[in-house]
Design a protein around this ligand. Sequence first.
Ligand SMILES: [Zn+2]
Ligand SMILES: [Zn+2]
Length: 156
Amino acid sequence: MHDEDFCCAVCLDFFIEPCIIKCGHSFCHLCIESQLNINEKCPLCRAHTGNPIRNRQLESLTMSYVSSRNLSGAYYERMKLNQKKLIHQKKALLIIWTELSDKPGHSTELSNLNIQDEELKSEIRWQVRQQVGVGLEHIGDLETETVTIRLKTSRQ
Ligand SMILES: [Zn+2]
Ligand SMILES: [Zn+2]
């Protein structure tokens, strides 16, 4: 068995909470969720993804492989980090979409979101940037507080 058998094609590192998609390819939960926010295609074969399903067999195989190579410490650190990122990602998306669908004209300024958490704020910027052209657009510099974020299909 080789390292690459247990590596995700997106992050090129050992699978963390691997999920399998319709075409049969597996990726880390965080990696495929991030991909799904951009488009719904498999990063490897471009097939439509469908809903990712937790691949528990691959997860336990990866874990035993990692521990057989004495790499568990770094692996669990990455796992914690990925879980934190996933939570931030979900929070950021939830804030963006609920905020925009509630607002007349479906637009809002970043400063109106009133977020104190810098990490969450940068995740929101990242998500907006990722979804420009897909569902969102912004007016102004995304790095400033006065940037306006809006739904691409906003009706006047
Ligand atoms: Zn990955
Ligand atoms: Zn695929």
